[in-house]
Design a binder for this molecule. Structure first.
Ligand SMILES: Nc1ncnc2c1ncn2[C@@H]1O[C@H](COP(=O)(O)OP(=O)(O)O)[C@@H](O)[C@H]1O
Ligand SMILES: [Mg+2]
Length: 269
């Protein structure tokens, strides 16, 4: 069987005690695609990301990841750091960078942890780590240029704006040379100008680096302008799939959002 899917998710169910976070979810992510997952709070979006990255272990179903020129691997049962070294990078809904370190140091740790040196080794600098150090420095500078943070390389991360923190997280994800980048609400907390810049950056990651993008995002304007295709989750189930135009015209999607008091369906229609 030939496939050009980077992720293939078949009949995945994830439970926590009596709570069903994902219920018989099937979806696919084509290589090179900017794909989005939307849905109200508690729909299972982050659970899906955690299942795709080896953080959660669904009780049922199959998740296959196929990197370029390699044998497909099964994600379920594989540890998160193994999934990461296979080529799956992510950013988190809540920021996880080292806020006392500079922008440069945060990206460099990403680059070195990927080479198996680890955050500690990266800071302590034993003889083995020094060898790869210049390489990591160059890669870090290149990534900071790419995301537009070169002039803030020596700024302590805690003092960056929300938009710049989001760029930094993307640079950290890219430092591991991923084939796919999973972004959990990358525009949360950013202002309208920053949202436009983030949209452009995410598109550039795909266009110039060839990295597939999987995106969770609440801002409908952003997600509809960026995603080429979307899945809609509601109560752990996929309720719709399609292009932005198809999703906008789907009545069950509109109902899922209208039925949720926590979300304005603004931008959906
Ligand atoms: N580690 C966990 N333990 C127990 N329940 C969880 C856990 N992670 C997620 N859930 C539950 O799974 C459901 C979906 O949550 P989540 O995936 O965070 O939704 P979303 O990201 O769409 O807001 C919620 O009911 C949530 O409480
Ligand atoms: Mg979430």
């Amino acid at each position: 069987m030939t496939t050009d899917n980077i992720f293939d998710v078949r009949n995945v169910t994830l439970r926590f005690g009596g709570v069903v976070s994902l219920s018989d979810v099937s979806l696919h992510h084509q290589r090179g695609e900017i794909l989005a997952v939307i849905g109200p709070n508690g729909a299972g979006k982050t659970s899906l990301f955690n299942s795709l990255t080896g953080v959660y272990q669904p009780q049922e179903g199959v998740i296959t990841f196929t990197g370029r020129d390699v044998t497909p691997i099964s994600i379920i049962g594989r540890k998160a750091h193994r999934v990461s070294s296979a080529g799956v990078a992510r950013t988190f809904q809540a920021s996880r960078m080292f806020s006392a370190l500079t922008t440069f140091e945060n990206v460099k740790i990403g680059a070195e942890s990927h080479k198996g040196i680890g955050a500690f080794g990266a800071m302590v600098k034993g003889p083995r780590t020094r060898r790869g150090e210049r390489e990591s420095d160059l890669k870090t500078i290149e990534l900071l240029n790419f995301v537009g943070l070169r002039d803030k390389a020596n700024t302590v991360s805690a003092s960056l704006s929300y938009g710049d923190r989001r760029r930094l997280e993307i640079a950290r994800g890219l430092a591991t040379n991923p084939q796919v980048l999973l972004l959990d609400e990358p525009a949360a907390g950013t202002n309208p100008a920053e949202k436009i810049q983030l949209t452009e950056l995410i598109r550039k990651v795909r266009d110039e680096m060839g990295v597939s993008i999987l995106l969770i995002e609440h801002d409908m304007k952003l997600v509809m302008s960026l995603a080429e295709r979307l899945y809609v989750l509601n109560f752990g189930s996929v309720i719709a799939e399609g292009t932005p135009a198809e999703i906008r015209a789907n009545t069950s999607v509109v109902e899922a959002y209208l039925g949720s008091s926590e979300h304005e369906p603004e931008g959906l229609m």
